[in-house]
Design a protein around this ligand. Sequence first.
Ligand SMILES: Cc1ncc(COP(=O)(O)O)c(C=O)c1O
Length: 409
Amino acid sequence: MGFLSERSRYVKNDIEVLDAVTEQLRKKGKSIVSLNRGDPARYFPTPKYIIDAYVKALMERKTYYSRAQGSVELQTAVSDRYKRMHGLDIDPARIIATAGITEGLSFVNSALINPGENAIIFKPYFTIYTTALELNQGKPIIQRYDENDAWNIHLEELKSSLIRSKGRDRLKHVKYMMVTNPNNPTGTVLRRNVLKELVDLANEYGIFLISDEIYDEIVFNGARFTSVSELARGIPHALLNGVSKSYDSTGFRIGFIVIPEEDRRSDLLRDKMLEYARARISLNTPAEYAVTAALNNPKGHAKALRHRVHEISDRVNFSVKMFGENQFLSTVRPNGAFYVFPKIDLKLLKFKTDVQFVTSLLMEEGVQVVWGSAFGEPSHFRIVSLAPKEILEHAINKINDFCRKNARR
Ligand SMILES: Cc1ncc(COP(=O)(O)O)c(C=O)c1O
């Protein structure tokens, strides 16, 4: 028996895996452009009214433990947001605040997954889904977004896999199906009819549906966002959300899990989430005050958001256009979030894998991106398109030159 647990070998986050190399290169005086982390607050200052609320909470010495699941005021503010955005009445007591969605993911997986059990995850996926699942010795059943269909969910494949699994009685070990809308890393905004089919399938096969909607307000290019909560009334489901991206507050570490329905599984999960929250005692209390103020200021939010989404869409579209000049890459234009996820034509280049491509790009050109394998999708890379256009232009010119220099002859 080793000192560390067996399951601890699954802990990883490939998005930051090259940070140590970057630090070394910087120490040696090399200039590096890091476009690996999806952190809007690095490029767009968190709005002043949110900062003021945080400072006020500190000045009023709100530095004690919070209510574990979040204050009634915070729960109510989240519920009011669902009313405003989707016309829903959600009981505030069915909303549990977490230290970001990431904490919610570890709670949910720890609460639901026994060793060997499964969850349906669509690839490419947000890296932490598989980490949180595998840390609990669960195994993903991978379904996919289809690159040839603008990265939409491949519903036909999902349907046939569900039919086959039912025959083999495998479904009783499938604890949940995770959908991400808009998606990281592809930026896909799922159409309402696709989501409706997903909800219907989850209902038909009795699979608990979880929808991660962290990018719900970062939608552009004419796309429209629909929340699963609008379509899944009466059907067991949970929503994961938070202020990291839409409220430009990644470092505050406030997210929430919403479990709106009152069926047996929803009730069990909601009660267990409460126990998990209590077992870690508290949120970051001043951040909780700031977030409550942010959620209760829809006018201030709309103004800040409009400007930010406009800028983000401009930067994303600009990046896609620049990658369009590169014959070694092909890119589907995203309609949400702030990532661009080009496919690398490895046949035309000297590299065998996306990992080699991304590592050499960092070493040779000083541009840090994330390999597609981190999201379950090899032969791709993800670039965060939040930086100002001059930085993106500089970095993408380097990527395009790097491809030309490394062409197979
Ligand atoms: C799809 C998705 N969910 C959740 C998160 C993390 O959210 P939080 O900051 O609330 O932990 C991210 C961060 O990149 C994400 O892309």
